[in-house]
Design a protein around this ligand. Structure first.
Ligand code: ATP
Length: 296
């Protein structure tokens, strides 16, 4: 009986694990109710991570034949660096993340990770190398500690504690009636957007995948919470190649590279200072957001 129980239990765990990561991914990428037509090549190899360098070379992509979304997009994210993608709504920012996960294949050009074309590697190994902090994290009806432990079920208790510290969650957890055993999720304590994001950051810290995609929440968090989220993110990004889909420019001024997209084209690329000096799209977006902030 026990022999039967263990594999079934394990399968249950694997199922929940896959479902969890898909839920977060689908959530982030707006893929609910869609499914991927991409299939692995029979000869698909496992992705070999050597540092987590990402390159998009002249990538063009359309969801529908007569409506181009990305046009000739090229950029590189060096290992351990942070690249932010900005641009107006509908410019194609999330599409870049969807293509990196290979939910769709590009129509022209290539996407490579550490020199390997993502069409030649297994989808499983590709997605295991990427961790996501989605806009809206799914919390389960279990304790806050178990919710974090889910990031890597074989992590030690000490590693979970370290993730809690690094995600700046300790003061929040200490304020809860049952500390880290407090139940959260639909049937438990409701947590705020900023707290949810820090729980997602703690999970991702535990998962420790070499590539990180951060989908910044569209609505501004209150400034105290935002500072905590940003500090936690900084800690997380330290050893990861990080791609940030940014809505508010004030959160990405420290990025190594900022990519400005307009109608699916890369129109500007550089650091915050360089882009301000160019007096182009980025400088305009920056001025607009600064003005909005001073009015709110
Ligand atoms: P936002 O800042 O509003 O999230 P975005 O820059 O991330 O926008 P994308 O989500 O990449 O924009 O979408 C780019 C364009 O592609 C939009 O015009 C969108 O309507 C279109 N689009 C997105 N998903 C699909 C889809 N599954 N089928 C057809 N068109 C799509």
């Amino acid at each position: 009986m026990l022999q039967l129980f263990i594999p079934l239990n394990f399968l249950g765990f694997v199922y929940r694990e896959i479902k969890r990561s898909l839920t977060d991914l689908e959530n982030m990428l707006g893929l609910l109710n869609q499914h991927s037509s991409v299939i692995d090549k029979p000869s698909a190899a496992e992705l070999q991570i050597r540092g987590g360098q990402i390159s998009f070379s002249q990538v063009s992509f359309a969801y529908q034949a007569n409506r181009p979304i990305l046009q000739n997009c090229s950029f590189e994210l060096a290992p351990g660096r942070k690249l932010a993608i900005v641009g107006t709504s509908g410019a194609g920012k999330s599409t870049i993340a969807r293509l990196l996960f290979r939910f769709y294949d590009v129509q022209q050009g290539a996407i490579c990770i550490d020199g390997q074309d993502i069409r030649d590697i297994s989808q499983h190994s590709l997605r295991s190398a990427i961790a996501v902090v989605p806009q809206d994290t799914v919390l389960f009806n279990i304790s806050i500690r178990e919710n974090i432990h889910y990031g890597r079920p074989d992590a030690t208790e000490q590693e979970v504690d370290m993730a809690i510290e690094a995600a700046q969650l300790r003061p929040f957890i200490q304020s809860l009636p049952d500390g880290d055993q407090t139940l959260v999720g639909e049937r438990g304590l409701k947590v705020s957007g900023g707290e949810k994001q820090r729980i997602a950051i703690a999970r991702v810290l535990l998962k420790n995948a070499p590539i990180l995609v951060f989908d910044e929440a569209t609505s501004a968090l209150d400034s105290g919470v935002e500072t905590a989220v940003l500090q936690a993110l900084k800690q997380l990004a330290r050893n990861h190649s990080t791609l940030v889909i940014a809505h508010r420019l004030s959160t990405i001024t420290d990025a190594d590279q900022i990519l400005v997209l307009d109608q699916g084209r890369v129109v500007e690329q550089g650091t915050h200072q360089q882009l301000l000096q160019q007096q182009g799209h980025y400088a305009r977006l920056w001025r607009m957001q600064q003005a909005e902030q001073s009015h709110s």
